[in-house]
Design a protein around this ligand. Structure first.
Ligand SMILES: [Zn+2]
Length: 277
């Protein structure tokens, strides 16, 4: 039991929360609302490049480190009963001690940043299918996942609120929704572009083949596995090496970003704690 702004609330077991979630979903459907619950199958919250990259981006920020794990369990047991991604905002309903409304605002990627991403990736992605499946070189992955300058938001670009009593410090409902976005992008990666109001087709181009990340030597540079993603986000740092010029060598740029991230991890960012009105 704890006291919150809405009075005493009893502890609810997972089964009780799930039953509450089912009732709420039925009620919303009855009203004609198209409900989009986050359903996780299997052990991982995300299994593809886009879903994993979203989650691992969140996990690389030290100011979220203590708060995210609670959300992982919550999203896994089906507590996110509705999640809608729109331009600059994600709205969700989460079943906790009560049904809570969560809003996550994401600062859209600026035009300048998008232009720079498109320029750096010009000629390196052949088709929409390859893009959405995350089938591209490590150089492209590194560019897309780059801290503060890629497609995934940093804490200062994420604002959140929840109708529960303790949302200011990223409650488990907000954390569950942040992971829920990852799970949603796993199945519908195009929603990341809707979130930023970007046209993903601009990343696919036959022009500029001589530009930095354009693949050389056919498909050999493409990878299907996302096993190297953790390394890319500096989450699992076993390797080190002297970086040469950025992007001229994939390995060098990876080591460089890992090194940079290692340095940055000690900085506590205030972004995650900010209240939105
Ligand atoms: Zn909450």
């Amino acid at each position: 039991m704890y006291y919150g702004g809405w009075g005493w609330r009893p502890y609810m077991s997972v089964a009780q929360r799930q039953a509450q979630a089912m009732r709420k979903i039925a009620q919303l459907k009855k009203k004609g609302h198209v409900v989009s619950p986050v359903e996780i199958e299997g052990r991982g919250i995300a299994t593809t490049f886009w879903g994993k990259a979203w989650c691992e981006n969140l996990e690389r920020y030290s100011d979220y480190a203590n708060r995210l794990p609670r959300g992982r369990t919550y999203v896994r047991n089906g507590s996110v009963i509705d999640l809608q991604i729109a331009f600059g905002e994600v709205k969700a309903l989460v079943s906790g001690s009560s049904i809570y409304k969560v809003a996550v605002k994401i600062t859209p990627v600026s035009k300048a940043r998008w232009k720079s991403i498109c320029k750096d990736c010009a000629g390196a992605i052949d088709s929409l299918v390859e893009l959405l499946q995350g089938r591209f070189s490590k150089g492209v992955m590194e560019r897309i996942c780059r801290e503060n300058n890629g497609l995934f938001p940093s804490p200062k670009e994420i604002q959140f609120s929840c109708s529960c009593p303790d949302w200011a410090y990223m409650c488990k409902h907000v954390a569950a929704v942040l992971y829920g976005i990852g799970a949603r992008l796993d199945r519908q990666p195009e929603l990341l572009f809707r979130l930023h109001k970007l046209d993903e087709k601009e990343l696919i181009s036959s022009a500029g083949r001589e530009l930095p990340l354009a693949k050389k030597g056919g498909d050999s540079g493409k990878i299907l596995s996302t096993g190297d993603l953790s390394e890319l986000f500096g989450l699992d740092l076993a390797k080190s090496g002297a970086p040469t010029s950025p992007l001229s060598s994939t390995r060098a740029s990876q080591n460089k970003s890992a090194k940079e991230m290692r340095g940055r991890k000690q900085v506590v960012r205030p972004g995650g704690r900010q209240r939105s009105p």
